[in-house]
Design a protein. Structure first.
Length: 172
Protein backbone atom coordinates (compact mmCIF):
# COMPACT_ATOMS: atom_id res chain seq x y z
CA UNK A 1 0.00 0.00 0.00
CA UNK A 2 1.23 3.48 -0.78
CA UNK A 3 0.17 7.08 -0.08
CA UNK A 4 -3.63 7.52 0.09
CA UNK A 5 -4.24 3.76 0.26
CA UNK A 6 -2.88 3.81 3.82
CA UNK A 7 -5.89 4.54 6.06
CA UNK A 8 -4.45 3.68 9.49
CA UNK A 9 -4.85 6.17 12.32
CA UNK A 10 -1.35 5.69 13.69
CA UNK A 11 1.77 4.37 11.98
CA UNK A 12 5.37 3.81 13.01
CA UNK A 13 7.29 6.07 10.62
CA UNK A 14 10.78 5.51 9.21
CA UNK A 15 12.57 8.33 7.40
CA UNK A 16 14.40 8.03 4.06
CA UNK A 17 17.77 7.49 5.77
CA UNK A 18 16.36 4.71 8.00
CA UNK A 19 15.94 6.80 11.16
CA UNK A 20 12.80 6.02 13.17
CA UNK A 21 10.57 9.05 13.65
CA UNK A 22 8.30 7.24 16.11
CA UNK A 23 4.55 6.73 16.08
CA UNK A 24 2.66 9.48 14.24
CA UNK A 25 -0.84 9.81 12.84
CA UNK A 26 -1.47 8.56 9.32
CA UNK A 27 -2.31 12.05 8.04
CA UNK A 28 0.87 13.58 9.51
CA UNK A 29 2.96 10.80 7.97
CA UNK A 30 1.39 11.44 4.56
CA UNK A 31 2.00 15.18 4.97
CA UNK A 32 5.69 14.59 5.78
CA UNK A 33 6.08 12.40 2.69
CA UNK A 34 4.35 15.02 0.50
CA UNK A 35 6.63 17.77 1.87
CA UNK A 36 9.67 15.75 0.78
CA UNK A 37 7.96 14.96 -2.57
CA UNK A 38 8.25 11.23 -1.84
CA UNK A 39 5.83 8.35 -1.24
CA UNK A 40 4.61 6.83 2.01
CA UNK A 41 4.91 3.04 1.71
CA UNK A 42 3.52 0.51 4.17
CA UNK A 43 6.34 -1.97 4.81
CA UNK A 44 4.88 -4.14 7.56
CA UNK A 45 1.06 -4.12 7.59
CA UNK A 46 0.73 -6.80 10.30
CA UNK A 47 2.74 -4.92 12.94
CA UNK A 48 0.96 -2.97 15.70
CA UNK A 49 0.99 -0.11 14.68
CA UNK A 50 1.83 -0.71 10.98
CA UNK A 51 5.32 0.32 9.85
CA UNK A 52 5.54 2.88 7.03
CA UNK A 53 8.58 4.33 5.30
CA UNK A 54 9.10 7.50 3.33
CA UNK A 55 10.77 6.61 0.01
CA UNK A 56 10.70 7.05 -3.75
CA UNK A 57 8.42 4.11 -4.62
CA UNK A 58 9.12 4.03 -8.36
CA UNK A 59 12.89 3.94 -7.71
CA UNK A 60 12.32 1.16 -5.15
CA UNK A 61 10.32 -0.93 -7.66
CA UNK A 62 12.98 -0.40 -10.33
CA UNK A 63 15.75 -1.62 -8.00
CA UNK A 64 13.63 -4.63 -6.97
CA UNK A 65 13.15 -5.61 -10.63
CA UNK A 66 16.91 -5.25 -11.22
CA UNK A 67 17.63 -7.57 -8.27
CA UNK A 68 15.11 -10.14 -9.58
CA UNK A 69 16.70 -10.07 -13.04
CA UNK A 70 20.13 -10.55 -11.49
CA UNK A 71 19.01 -13.57 -9.46
CA UNK A 72 17.30 -15.08 -12.52
CA UNK A 73 20.53 -14.62 -14.45
CA UNK A 74 22.50 -16.57 -11.82
CA UNK A 75 20.02 -19.47 -11.75
CA UNK A 76 20.74 -22.52 -13.82
CA UNK A 77 18.14 -25.00 -14.98
CA UNK A 78 19.16 -28.64 -14.90
CA UNK A 79 18.29 -30.44 -18.10
CA UNK A 80 17.90 -34.19 -18.51
CA UNK A 81 19.91 -35.45 -21.47
CA UNK A 82 19.19 -38.92 -22.83
CA UNK A 83 21.62 -41.47 -24.19
CA UNK A 84 20.14 -44.50 -25.96
CA UNK A 85 21.88 -47.84 -26.25
CA UNK A 86 21.02 -51.32 -27.42
CA UNK A 87 21.83 -54.58 -25.59
CA UNK A 88 24.30 -55.73 -28.27
CA UNK A 89 26.43 -52.56 -28.28
CA UNK A 90 30.17 -52.85 -28.91
CA UNK A 91 32.89 -51.63 -26.51
CA UNK A 92 33.99 -48.78 -28.79
CA UNK A 93 30.40 -47.55 -29.07
CA UNK A 94 30.07 -47.65 -25.28
CA UNK A 95 33.20 -45.50 -25.00
CA UNK A 96 31.68 -42.92 -27.37
CA UNK A 97 28.51 -42.83 -25.27
CA UNK A 98 30.57 -42.53 -22.07
CA UNK A 99 32.42 -39.52 -23.54
CA UNK A 100 29.11 -37.84 -24.38
CA UNK A 101 27.64 -38.62 -20.94
CA UNK A 102 30.79 -37.19 -19.33
CA UNK A 103 30.29 -33.92 -21.24
CA UNK A 104 26.67 -33.74 -20.06
CA UNK A 105 27.59 -34.43 -16.42
CA UNK A 106 30.45 -31.89 -16.50
CA UNK A 107 28.08 -29.20 -17.78
CA UNK A 108 25.75 -29.92 -14.83
CA UNK A 109 22.99 -31.82 -16.63
CA UNK A 110 21.41 -35.07 -15.50
CA UNK A 111 21.76 -38.04 -17.83
CA UNK A 112 19.11 -40.65 -18.58
CA UNK A 113 20.69 -43.77 -20.02
CA UNK A 114 18.22 -46.00 -21.84
CA UNK A 115 18.67 -49.46 -23.33
CA UNK A 116 15.91 -50.36 -25.79
CA UNK A 117 15.03 -54.01 -26.42
CA UNK A 118 13.68 -55.36 -29.70
CA UNK A 119 12.28 -58.83 -30.32
CA UNK A 120 14.14 -61.65 -28.61
CA UNK A 121 16.49 -59.21 -26.84
CA UNK A 122 13.75 -58.80 -24.21
CA UNK A 123 14.58 -62.26 -22.85
CA UNK A 124 18.19 -61.22 -22.07
CA UNK A 125 17.78 -58.27 -19.68
CA UNK A 126 20.79 -59.40 -17.61
CA UNK A 127 23.02 -58.13 -20.47
CA UNK A 128 21.60 -54.65 -19.88
CA UNK A 129 22.46 -54.85 -16.17
CA UNK A 130 26.06 -55.63 -17.14
CA UNK A 131 26.16 -52.63 -19.49
CA UNK A 132 24.71 -50.37 -16.77
CA UNK A 133 27.29 -51.64 -14.25
CA UNK A 134 30.07 -50.89 -16.76
CA UNK A 135 28.71 -47.39 -17.44
CA UNK A 136 28.31 -46.66 -13.73
CA UNK A 137 31.91 -47.68 -13.11
CA UNK A 138 33.24 -45.54 -16.00
CA UNK A 139 31.17 -42.47 -15.04
CA UNK A 140 31.67 -42.76 -11.26
CA UNK A 141 34.10 -39.82 -11.03
CA UNK A 142 31.70 -37.46 -12.82
CA UNK A 143 28.28 -38.51 -11.50
CA UNK A 144 26.26 -40.60 -9.09
CA UNK A 145 23.42 -42.97 -9.88
CA UNK A 146 20.25 -41.11 -9.00
CA UNK A 147 17.80 -43.87 -9.97
CA UNK A 148 19.06 -47.43 -10.48
CA UNK A 149 18.19 -49.35 -13.66
CA UNK A 150 14.47 -50.02 -13.96
CA UNK A 151 12.50 -51.88 -16.61
CA UNK A 152 9.74 -49.86 -18.31
CA UNK A 153 7.86 -51.59 -21.14
CA UNK A 154 10.50 -52.52 -23.78
CA UNK A 155 13.31 -50.39 -22.33
CA UNK A 156 15.43 -50.22 -19.22
CA UNK A 157 16.63 -46.84 -17.97
CA UNK A 158 18.85 -45.37 -15.29
CA UNK A 159 19.38 -41.73 -14.20
CA UNK A 160 22.73 -40.22 -13.25
CA UNK A 161 23.19 -36.84 -11.58
CA UNK A 162 26.42 -34.80 -11.66
CA UNK A 163 28.55 -34.70 -8.53
CA UNK A 164 27.96 -31.41 -6.67
CA UNK A 165 31.63 -30.34 -6.39
CA UNK A 166 32.08 -30.94 -10.14
CA UNK A 167 29.18 -28.63 -11.01
CA UNK A 168 30.47 -25.84 -8.72
CA UNK A 169 33.90 -25.88 -10.40
CA UNK A 170 32.50 -25.64 -13.91
CA UNK A 171 29.97 -22.88 -13.10
CA UNK A 172 32.56 -20.61 -11.42
Amino acid sequence: MINEQIRDREVRLIDTDGAQLGIVSGLDAQKMADDKRLDLVKISPTAKPPVCKIMDYSKFRFEQSKKEKETRKKQRTVDVKEIRLSPNIDIHDINVKVRKATEFLKSGDKVKITIRFRGRELGRTEVAHGIFADLTQKLSEFGNVEKPPKMEARSMSMFMAPKPQLVEKTNN
